[in-house]
Design a binder for this molecule. Structure first.
Ligand code: XMP
Length: 494
């Protein structure tokens, strides 16, 4: 219906284009930016409220990034430069951040000392208390801890024994009503045999019920969603098992070259074992590779070979494809059959709009998120200015970890013999993720308004490009003025 003539012609002529090579054409609009619908699909069956995902990188996504991004409507992919236990722990932190219904509560035992519970540094302070036989005998809450004058006593001395429980089958609406009426912070839900099936936690039930979570990406139990990266082979299958035990929502089989036998074998075996789990598979950059990965059963495909800000793959290995052409090629092959992720190379909010208009369902960002508070690592000061470290997963530093070595098929243990495909660097500190995302989502909405696309699907279909010249690129940036005051969404440093 709509043609992307510039991209199609380039494809026919074997010319490959990237973000600065193209600019979006305006279109007739009946929809205003504030009214466009930016929801999309992450995998076949998982939806997102904004088309933005954080990169599976050790300077970008651990639990804090995944929690905040899911609250803003996207999803984070926990990186794999962690032990299996550590990665599963990050997934658990996201899944436990917001509970509609907690089916695996953290219990304390009646003879646990108050000081030993406090020393564990739990984020929450309300717990069911069980006896030696595992039977529920009380509830202890923040108030009980606050008014405790001797922390050496067992929890049985400060807990409330006045148990109010409900049977399995109690839904969130009934729970909210009962907890509000009876002023209960925890509502244990009991199986017929007297064991506890789980519990509702009032603060979360209230958030869910009062819809203050309406921007959140949540699962059917109203828990935040999270994905996690794995490599290939038996180690990946072991990792997946641990992640599934923590209720991970999707797995990203994350390699630099997905069109390969190890990825194929891992995907097929993992899908055989975990029928209902969904897999994002990457990375590819061509039509044929995307088709093959789809045929092995991928539930989404990640596109990008060498566009990333910290990547040196194209320089070191001479391969890769400029990202707008890579995305368009895969879009031509896959259409809407499964979601497509444009991974890497985004520098400005406008690049997000271009990536989706070229055919992606969502974008994955590393550099654009690495400077935020939620990214791992401390702020560093250089000549009075604030930065955060950002490094490629294929950099020498990151490849000291197994996860990175596997991603880049690195088998050497000795640093001097490794062949890195990325660099380490730093990016300007950006503050809170939520503030930064206002600009990214705002830019996307504006772009959709200009194109006249009411939905992400329409942007994918209608988005059409003109080709740029160097003069056009210079004209696009502020020019012939000295910038005197900063803008929240534009800086020379990109
Ligand atoms: P941006 O441009 O958002 O890119 O910083 C993030 C994406 O880059 C990929 N990545 C790498 N690619 N060498 C590479 O060739 C590396 O060391 C490297 N580290 C990350 C990855 O796909 C990420 O999402």
């Amino acid at each position: 219906m709509y043609s992307k003539a510039v991209l199609e012609k380039a494809r026919e002529e074997g010319e490959v284009l990237t973000f600065d090579d193209v600019t979006l054409k305006e279109g007739y609009a009946e929809v205003m930016p504030k009214d466009v619908d930016v929801t999309t699909r992450f995998t076949r069956n998982i939806g997102l409220k904004i088309p933005m995902v954080s990169a599976a990188m050790d300077t970008v996504t651990e639990a804090p990034m995944a929690i905040e991004l899911a609250k803003l409507g996207g999803i984070g992919v926990i990186h794999k430069n962690l032990t299996i236990e550590e990665q599963a722990e990050h997934v658990a932190r996201v899944k436990h951040n917001l509970h509609g219904f907690v089916d695996r509560p953290t219990y304390v035992k009646e003879d646990d000392r108050v000081e030993s519970i406090l020393a564990k540094g739990y984020k929450y302070r309300s717990f069911p208390v069980i006896n030696g036989e595992g039977k529920l005998v009380g509830i202890v809450t923040g108030n009980d801890f606050d008014f405790c004058t001797d922390n050496s006593v067992p929890v049985s001395q400060i807990m409330s024994r006045d148990l109010f429980t409900m049977p399995v089958g109690t839904d969130i609406n009934a729970a909210y009503e009962i907890m509000t009426k009876r002023k209960k912070k925890i509502l244990p839900i009991m199986n017929g045999n007297g064991t506890m099936a789980g519990m509702f936690v009032y603060s979360d039930v209230k958030r869910v019920k009062t819809r203050s979570n309406e921007t959140y990406t949540v699962d059917s139990k109203n828990r935040l969603r999270v994905a996690a990266a794995v490599g290939t082979g038996d180690k990946a299958l072991e990792r997946i098992q641990a992640l599934v035990e923590q209720d991970v929502d999707a797995i990203v089989i994350d390699t630099a070259h997905a069109d390969s036998k190890p990825v194929k074998d891992t995907l097929i075996e993992a899908k055989r074992v975990y029928h209902s789990l969904e897999f994002v598979v990457g990375n590819v950059s061509s039509r044929e590779s995307a088709e093959r990965v789809l045929s092995w059963g991928a539930d989404a495909i990640k596109i990008g070979q060498g566009p990333g800000s910290i990547c040196t793959t194209r320089i070191v290995a001479g391969i890769g494809r400029p990202q707008i052409s890579a995305v368009y090629d895969c879009y031509k092959a896959i259409g809407d059959e499964i979601p497509l992720c444009a991974d890497g190379g985004l520098r400005f909010p406008g690049d997000i709009v271009k990536a989706i208009a070229a055919g992606a369902h969502y974008v994955m960002m590393g550099k654009m998120l690495a400077g935020t508070d939620e990214a791992p690592g401390d702020i560093i000061f250089v000549e009075g200015r604030q930065f955060k470290t950002y490094r490629g997963m294929g950099s020498l530093e990151a490849m000291q970890n197994e996860g990175s070595k596997e991603r880049y098929h690195e088998t050497e243990e000795v640093k001097d013999r490794m062949v890195p495909e990325g660099v380490s660097g730093r990016v300007p500190y950006k503050g809170k993720l939520a503030t930064v995302m206002i600009q990214y989502v705002g830019g996307l909405r504006k772009g959709m308004g200009y194109v006249g696309a009411a939905t992400i699907e329409q942007l994918r279909e209608k988005g059409d490009f003109d080709k740029m010249t160097n003069a056009g690129i210079s004209e696009s940036h502020p020019h012939d003025v000295e910038i005197t005051s900063g803008s929240p969404n534009y800086s020379k440093e990109k």
